[in-house]
Design a protein around this ligand. Structure first.
Ligand code: F6R
Length: 600
């Protein structure tokens, strides 16, 4: 979603710093960009629809400026155009905003009555006018920001500059914002990649905190305007995570990083002994049922975990999409554990679901990638995946890293409930050691491009699978549709003939997944039903014999079901990637999508 960058510094490098920061945040998804900078005591604002390159063309980088705010906008209120793009200026106040002001219509009426006129359709312009109004009244910008924060409902991270005031201000509530300092220069940003060029040290703001950055000082205030200190955080990754390093796309780079990522993640929690699982994962003994809540791909990892935990450990699991969970009647008790999964740790619906469980005094566990994110900070217990910075909008390495932690949780639960014996445990340990090599071989498999050539011009592609393979189908289908724009749906294999098979015609691609022996023959029967109607069947399976019922066959190594999904996903990611590449799509920044979905 929207990206914010702010700069104040003696070096007077505001324009280039803002642009390079916004470029580093491009992965968040956006459809317009803009900048406001101090130019000889005047604030100039330049905004453009489309990519940052368009904005760059309008800028004179020779201008020396010591203060600026910049923004990439992912449209929510009003279409993507120059008027709606940020920054917005009202009176003496100029702001950039990430989030949603829920009560903006009511505020707009009040401000119109006070004489404000609005040019854009955005909620941000209203927030800007509100701060200006309060500033005119109170003559104190900190007080104005504080009062505005009580009147604004919803989520916001705001970067604020004021006419004739050589300062940068920021406030956040339920939207991410970091602050960083490097020698004489100071920054605010929506995420760490924006500042990595300068420093890997940063501060996190708590909800309601206000920060004032001047050339010489950095001052944090709580929402009562008392000065406070914040602990410095160190970003574990490095600037390389923001570079493609020779790969055509970040998505491909991140797919290739998966063997290392799962090794790093698993090794962090598990040294091959049951003791390490006992020590490094939370105590799960008391739980009799589990709710897993997440969105998108993270929800799909939850579905995999549901199957593993229910089938093997024998514990009931409800896996729910967060945007549903947060509003539905949920049945839990003191033996329920709510697990929320989120790469960004900022997904609005997942965060709201976490808060719902916490309000009901239910134990919560978060599986998160971004250190210090809202979900990570609010959950009772947080397990970090070790995926590093994920730039491509379509998640790959974070998905697999989530799977790896969920597999460990499932194994731990299976041990607690005595559902696996020592021999199986030892086999899993051996297979885990070999997992990165197996993943690398699958990544290097040469089949994907040739198969993609046969299907990339089709309008509809179906994915089929049963049980855990159905959960994998859902992720394969999501990967394909989000980056290639091909309409794709995943079906529980047995369900197809209850309606959807009417869509299968000559050469309709069906990607079928079979890794579960128990239901193998059932899925094969369903595949044959599609084949009899002319489907072009691509089978992803962990067994060798195939032929009559499929046209292409990708064979993956057969390993224990606890860890099999980490292999199954590789061909699905790479098929989607190759199809999107053949179609010439903008793979790392698919249209309409945002990396971090901070609005509901
Ligand atoms: C798909 C994708 C999304 C995210 C979803 C949740 O490739 O990336 O479906 O999985 O938006 O995001 P997080 O994990 O940040 O909560």
């Amino acid at each position: 979603m929207c990206g914010i960058v702010g700069y104040i510094g003696k070096e007077q490098k505001a324009l280039e710093t803002i642009i390079s920061g916004l470029e580093a945040l491009e992965y968040r998804g956006y459809d317009s960009a803009g900048i406001a900078y101090l130019n000889n005591n005047h604030i100039d604002i330049i905004k453009k629809k489309g990519r940052i390159d368009q904005l760059k063309k309008q800028l004179d980088f020779k201008i020396k400026s010591k203060l600026a705010i910049g923004h990439t906008r992912w449209a929510t209120h009003g279409e993507a155009n120059e008027i709606n793009a940020h920054p917005h200026k009202c009176g003496q106040v100029t702001i950039v905003h990430n989030g949603i002001i829920e009560n903006y219509i009511e505020l707009k009426q009040k401000l119109e009555n006070k004489g404000y006129q609005f040019k854009s359709q955005t909620d941000t312009e209203i927030a800007c006018a509100l701060i200006d109004y309060l500033y005119q009244k109170e003559k104190n910008i900190l007080k104005a920001i504080q009062t505005a924060s009580h009147k604004l409902h919803g989520s916001y991270a705001l970067g604020i500059i004021v006419d004739n005031d050589n300062s940068l201000y920021a406030i956040r509530k339920a939207s991410p914002l970091i602050v960083a300092v490097k020698d004489g220069e100071k920054f605010i940003a929506s995420d760490v990649p924006a500042i990595l060029k300068y420093t890997n040290e940063y501060y996190l703001l708590e909800d309601g905190d206000i920060v004032n950055l001047t050339e010489d000082n950095l001052t944090f205030y709580n929402n009562d305007l008392e000065k406070i200190e914040h602990e410095k955080m160190i970003f574990e990754g490095n600037i390389e995570s923001g570079k493609k390093n020779g790969y055509d796309h970040f998505m491909l780079k991140e797919i290739n990083e998966q063997p290392k990522v799962i090794l790093d993640t698993i090794n962090f929690y598990f040294d091959g002994s049951l003791e390490s699982l006992k020590k490094n994962l939370p105590n799960l003994n008391k739980y009799q049922n589990i709710h897993i809540v997440a969105c998108g791909s993270a929800y799909h990892t939850g579905l995999v975990a549901k199957t593993l935990i229910e089938e093997i450990a024998g514990l009931p699991v409800m896996c729910e999409i967060a945007s549903e969970y947060r509003y539905k009647r949920v049945f839990y008790n003191d033996k329920t554990l709510v697990i929320v999964i989120s790469q960004s740790g900022e997904t609005a619906d997942t965060l709201a679901s976490l808060r719902k469980a916490k309000d009901d005094h239910i134990d919560t566990l978060a599986i998160v990638n971004v250190v210090g994110s809202s979900i990570a900070r609010e959950a009772d217990c947080t397990l970090y995946i070790k995926a590093g910075c994920e730039i491509a909008v379509a998640t790959t390495k974070a998905y697999t890293a989530q799977l790896s932690i969920l597999s460990l949780i499932a194994i731990k639960l299976a041990c607690i409930h005595q559902q696996i014996d020592k021999k199986r445990f030892e086999t899993i340990v051996k297979e885990i050691k070999n997992l990165p090599n197996m993943m690398t071989s699958l990544i290097n498999n040469k089949q994907y491009h040739d198969i993609a050539l046969k299907i990339y011009q089709r309008e509809d592609i179906f994915y089929l699978g049963r049980k855990i393979d159905y959960a994998m189908s859902m992720e394969g289908s999501l990967k394909l549709k989000e980056i290639s724009y091909i309409n794709s749906v995943a079906y529980a294999a047995g369900e197809l003939k209850h309606g959807t098979i009417s869509l299968v015609e000559d050469k309709t691609p069906i990607i079928a997944i079979i890794t579960d022996d128990e239901i193998k023959n059932k899925t094969i029967s369903n595949i044959k039903e599609t084949k009899a109607r002319g489907a072009y069947v691509i089978l992803v399976s962990n067994y060798e014999e195939h032929d009559q019922y499929c046209d292409d066959n990708i064979v993956i190594p057969k390993i224990d079901p606890f860890i099999q999904p980490m292999l199954t996903i590789i061909p699905l990611q790479l098929l989607a990637y190759e199809v999107a590449k053949l179609k010439g799509c903008d793979i790392d920044k698919p249209r309409n999508l945002a990396k971090s979905v901070t609005v509901e």
